[in-house]
Each structure stands twice: as structure tokens, then as C-alpha cells.
Design a protein around this ligand. Structure first.
Ligand code: HEC
Length: 180
């Protein structure tokens, strides 16, 4: 008993440290400190050199980091280009929820939803799917805000034709209307 307990505690500490790896890496990118190696999702990543505080470089670094977080945390079920267990993510922004025609595994709630994907809705979805569409079939919450932000930056980059502004009005109207 006495020897097992510290191991469990060490294990818990290690896993929470790994979970915050993406956040640390992203913070480091924005600071003046040089980044040599960082851990995202438990994997050591190569150094990323950016001019500190250059918004375009920061955005590009977020997308690159977001792509890695996406492939680690979403890649088992999703791909940008093709339907897998979950629907494809190309051109997600500006697309109505549950609207990929040849994806056959949507829940009824997703299919019927009139919400439109934007950064805000995605953040809500990734935090708690059930709160956005009750009865959904994803059930994979991402607790770390920084991981959600990076994933969203990557997914935004996969929607090159979406308008710059979020379709907040459609979602606000839909949220105001009672569910049918
Ligand atoms: C265990 C498998 C699984 C994982 C992991 C997973 N998803 Fe999903 N995802 C699904 C399924 C299944 C659906 C369809 C849900 C439904 O119709 O109720 C879905 C639906 C979605 C949708 C809605 C797409 C649309 O066409 O409306 C988005 C957005 C999404 N997932 C994003 C993500 C992101 C980002 C991640 C990684 C953080 C992720 N998912 C991880 C299985 C998964």
C-alpha cells in the first residue's frame, strides 16, 4: 500500500503536467523566450522559431501546433478531408451542424440542429458536446482551453472560404428559439 500510493500521485501529477503541455508551448511561442523542445499531448515537439509578437507568425504557429493537437486528440475519429467515425472537417466554419450529406452516423439531434459552426460554437462543443446538442454521439470533451483554442485555429485554417465574421446571428436566433 505504502509504496503504491506515491506512484499513483506521481502518475496523476505527470498526466496533468502533460495535459497542460500545449498551453505551455503556446505561451512560450508568444513570449521572448526561445523554445527548444515542448511537449504537446505527451509528445516532444521540435523547436519552432518565430519572431516574437508578430501576429502573423503567432497565427501560423498556432495553426501548426493546432494541427498536431488535432491529430493527437481528434485524429482517431476525424480527418479534415474524409469521413471516418466522425464527419470530415474541411470547410467546417459557416457550415450548418450535422450537414455532411454522405456521413451516415449523425445523431438525430445533430441532423436537426440549425446551429452554424463558428469559433464560439466550436469552443462550446469541444468543452461539452452534450450542452450543445443533447443526445450527440461524440462524447469527447476537451477540458484544456488552450488545446481547444489551438484546435480551433487549425480547423479555421481548413475553412479558407468561410467569411471572416462568425455567423453569430444565426446561432443567436436558433438559441433563442425553443428546441422542437
Ligand atoms: C471517439 C471518436 C471521436 C473523437 C475522439 C472526436 N470526435 Fe468529433 N465526432 C465524433 C462523432 C461520432 C461525431 C458525430 C456526432 C453526432 O452526430 O452526434 C462527431 C462530430 C463532430 C463535429 C460536428 C461536425 C458536423 O458535421 O457538424 C465536430 C465539429 C467535431 N466532432 C469535432 C471534433 C474535434 C475537434 C475533436 C478532437 C478534439 C473530436 N471531434 C474528437 C466522434 C469523435
Amino acid at each position: 500500500m505504502h509504496t503504491i500510493r506515491p506512484l499513483i500521485i506521481a502518475g496523476l501529477m505527470a498526466s496533468s503536467w502533460l495535459a497542460s503541455g500545449a498551453a505551455l508551448a503556446a505561451e512560450a511561442l508568444k513570449s521572448d523566450r526561445a523554445v527548444s523542445a515542448d511537449k504537446v499531448g505527451g509528445k516532444v515537439m521540435k523547436s519552432v522559431k518565430v519572431a516574437p509578437k508578430d501576429p502573423a507568425a503567432i497565427a501560423a504557429a498556432d495553426i501548426a501546433l493546432g494541427k498536431k493537437v488535432y491529430s493527437q486528440r481528434c485524429g482517431a475519429c476525424h480527418d479534415a478531408e474524409e469521413n471516418r467515425i466522425g464527419p470530415l472537417h474541411k470547410d467546417l466554419f459557416g457550415r450548418r451542424v450535422g450537414s455532411i450529406a454522405d456521413y451516415t452516423y449523425y445523431s438525430q439531434g445533430m441532423r436537426r440542429s440549425e446551429l452554424v459552426w463558428d469559433a464560439q460554437l466550436l469552443d462550446k462543443w469541444l468543452t461539452n458536446q452534450e450542452a450543445v446538442v443533447p443526445g450527440q454521439r461524440m462524447n469527447y470533451p476537451i477540458a484544456e482551453a488552450e488545446d481547444r483554442r489551438l484546435i480551433i485555429a487549425y480547423l479555421r485554417s481548413q475553412s479558407p472560404d468561410a467569411p471572416a465574421e462568425a455567423p453569430a446571428t444565426a446561432n443567436a436566433a436558433s438559441a433563442a428559439a425553443p428546441a422542437r
